[in-house]
Design a protein around this ligand. Structure first.
Ligand SMILES: C[S@@+](CC[C@H](N)C(=O)[O-])C[C@H]1O[C@@H](n2cnc3c(N)ncnc32)[C@H](O)[C@@H]1O
Ligand SMILES: [Zn+2]
Length: 332
């Protein structure tokens, strides 16, 4: 934890100021082990292995804990990086471009292994704070600790330990895994200053009926419940189908001059074409990610629009991404 983070923290219970009450171990600019305390209510929060811990996955409600446990495992296993992450991220947060991050104070809700925290830091954010409930923070911390402007915090998106100070907040692939996605969005938006911006990307209900009908029952009752190492092996079978289809059919056809028109008629073409450039490991991560989540909501456009009205966002731009998901950008 870098000292600068103290400027943004605020007690998740009483909104009091957070002080650094003790340091046991530090390494260069990072406080690795120590204690934070609220000036007003005297609650204390440990800093463990470089990350301040405002929530522990084993101490939250059972549904949130199950989600955090599975994703915590996922992001400590799939720690790889990929040069395609930047373009993928820009697709999720469009119309935001890298220059937009320059000089901004940025909050990321559900940072996973920190791949987008890292990009935001590299794109010139004044500071970026990645928050995650799960032990994925261990990977996110390792991925971002060399960046002076990047911070990682373990906390629940519903009880964010920050004052309302952020110029921009974003959340990618997280809100639909919450028990109440809209409340999570509201909580994230509550940390953005007036005139600041927010981006969110969620699974769409439209065009995903084949998932909600056939895959979801399997995910809910089986794949998210079994031992994660068993799922790691089992998920190689659907990954092999996706890999063969994208490498032999979707990718080549979409990229060939005469084939794109034909490819448009293929099942789930936009999405499968979008992931066709990824190698085996990344595609395995994607398949595993879908199967491991105990909770997934598929959001209708009209419901997603309601979220933005709910937080009184202005200049809202909602886009249909890869014909299977919604991305939104707006001003608070
Ligand atoms: C599918 S991953 C996406 C991670 C990252 N945004 C990315 O795109 O790489 C969903 C993340 O949301 C986190 N998450 C789930 N529930 C959360 C909560 N209540 N508060 C904070 N993070 C949460 C999970 O731990 C997981 O890392
Ligand atoms: Zn307090």
């Amino acid at each position: 934890m870098k000292r600068k983070l103290l400027d943004y923290l605020s007690c998740p219970s009483c909104a009091g100021s957070i002080l650094l009450s003790s340091i046991a171990v530090s390494e260069d600019a990072e406080i690795m082990e120590g204690q934070l305390a609220c000036e007003s209510c005297a609650r204390s929060f440990p800093v463990l292995r470089g990350v301040p811990r405002f929530a522990l996955p084993e101490k939250v409600e059972a549904d949130k804990a199950a989600t955090a446990e599975n994703f915590g495992w996922q992001w400590q296993h799939f720690v790889q990086s990929d040069e395609l992450y930047a373009d993928q991220f820009l697709g999720w947060i469009a119309p935001v471009r890298p220059e937009f991050f320059q000089g901004k104070l940025v909050l990321e809700g559900g940072c996973g292994k920190g791949r987008h925290t890292q990009l935001a830091g590299n794109w010139g954010a004044r500071a970026v704070v990645g928050v995650d409930l799960s032990d994925a923070v261990e990977t996110a911390f390792a991925a971002t600790r060399r960046l002076e402007n990047a911070h990682v915090v373990q906390a629940d998106i519903y009880h964010l330990p920050f004052a309302r100070v952020f110029d921009y907040a974003f959340s990618i692939g997280v809100l639909h895994h919450l028990p109440d996605p809209r409340a999570g969005f509201r909580s994230l938006a509550s940390k953005v200053i007036a005139g600041g911006n927010i981006s969110a990307w969620v699974y769409g209900a439209e065009n995903n009926e084949w998932i909600t009908r056939f895959i979801d029952p399997l995910r809910e009752k089986f794949s998210s419940q079994i031992d994660r190492r068993a799922l790691l092996q089992l998920s190689k079978f659907p990954t092999a189908l996706v890999y063969l289809a994208t490498k032999l059919v979707y990718g080549p056809l979409n990229r060939s001059p005469g084939g794109a028109g034909l490819a448009r008629h293929l099942f789930y073409n936009d999405y499968l074409n979008a992931i066709s450039q990824f190698g085996w490991r990344e595609q395995h991560t994607i398949v595993f990610d879908h199967l491991v989540a105990p909770t997934s909501h598929y959001i209708r456009r009209e419901d997603f629009e309601e979220w933005w009205r709910d937080v009184e966002a202005e200049e809202v731009k909602i886009g249909w991404h890869n014909k299977n998901s919604w991305r939104g950008f707006g001003k608070i």
